[in-house]
Structure formats: structure tokens, C-alpha cells
Design a binder for this molecule. Structure first.
Ligand code: HEC
Length: 136
């Protein structure tokens, strides 16, 4: 009887340890995914939109049109407009502040000209990051 209780508590302890080890590793992968989007944002967007994405980057004062607050992108049907954001980053949709379609201010990084897979996954990571930083 004592042995049985002992093995039950050992099993319970193992589950507790496994749970403790597994949960932080899941959040780590979520953070890692976002880290990629965050890096892309810092490199290509923060100069205008600001490191906090609120629209106050160092280049913002030099622009005729103020950069949008990207922590509060208007919802469409109550949802984050991921498709619209992807189209803006990919250059399918035109935004005055982003240069021309032929010459987007971030260059070829999000263009599928040479490497479609990388361009698509860059756009995806950045869009995920923007969705993640929405204030509501
Ligand atoms: C040269 C400055 C500049 C850079 C760099 C820049 N933007 Fe912008 N962005 C603007 C301006 C200015 C606007 C507002 C344009 C307007 O209202 O027509 C804007 C608008 C937007 C919008 C539309 C927001 C809305 O509420 O509809 C999105 C999305 C966006 N930017 C994403 C990005 C992303 C992602 C990057 C990096 C890949 C980036 N921008 C880099 C200047 C910039």
C-alpha cells in the first residue's frame, strides 16, 4: 500500500515537472516567432513608425504625411486586417508614405521577385508581429 502511494506520488511529481518544463518552452517558441517579425520591423519600419510602432520614428518629422500608429490599425469586421497589412508590406497595396510600388522604401526585402518563400515568410512574420502589438 505504501509502495503504491509512493509510485503514485512519483508519477504526479513527474507530471508536475514535465508541465513546468513544457509550458515555458511553448511560450519561448511563440516569442521566437515574434522575434523574427520584431527584427524585421526594427530594420525596415521603425525609422518612421517608431520602435514602439506609435508613429514617432526619427524620420517621422521629415515626412509630409505622418506615419500611422501601427499599434492601433483600424479593424475590419472587428478583426485585425491581416490581409490588408500583408498587401501593404508586399507592395500590392499602395500607401503614400512607403514610396512607389516600383521603389518601396524597404527595397526588395518583401518582394517575391527572386526568392518567393523568403519574401512570403518575412511578410508573414512581420504581419504576425503587428497583430501581436495591437493595443486592442
Ligand atoms: C519612410 C517612412 C516609412 C517607413 C520606413 C514605413 N512606413 Fe508605413 N507608413 C508611413 C506613412 C507616412 C504612413 C501613412 C500613409 C498614409 O496615411 O497615407 C504609413 C502607413 C502604414 C500602414 C497603414 C496603416 C493604417 O492604419 O492603415 C501600414 C500597415 C504600414 N505603414 C506598415 C509599415 C511597415 C510594416 C513598414 C516596414 C516594413 C513600414 N510601414 C515602413 C511611412 C513609413
Amino acid at each position: 500500500m505504501l509502495r503504491r502511494w509512493f509510485s503514485i506520488s512519483v508519477i504526479a511529481l513527474l507530471f508536475a515537472v514535465a508541465g513546468y518544463l513544457l509550458i515555458p518552452s511553448q511560450t519561448a517558441t511563440a516569442a521566437q516567432k515574434n522575434e523574427r517579425g520584431q527584427k524585421l520591423f526594427m530594420t525596415h519600419c521603425a525609422s518612421c513608425h517608431g520602435a514602439d510602432a506609435k508613429g514617432n520614428g526619427p524620420a517621422a518629422t521629415a515626412l509630409k504625411t505622418a506615419p500611422a500608429d501601427l499599434t492601433n490599425i483600424p479593424k475590419e469586421n472587428g478583426k485585425f486586417p491581416a490581409l490588408k497589412v500583408k498587401r501593404i508590406i508586399g507592395g500590392d497595396d499602395f500607401v503614400v508614405g512607403h514610396g512607389s510600388r516600383e521603389m518601396p522604401i524597404w527595397g526588395e526585402v518583401f518582394r517575391a521577385k527572386r526568392d518567393r518563400t523568403t519574401a512570403t515568410s518575412n511578410i508573414y512574420a512581420l504581419t504576425m508581429y503587428l497583430e501581436f502589438i495591437q493595443i486592442k
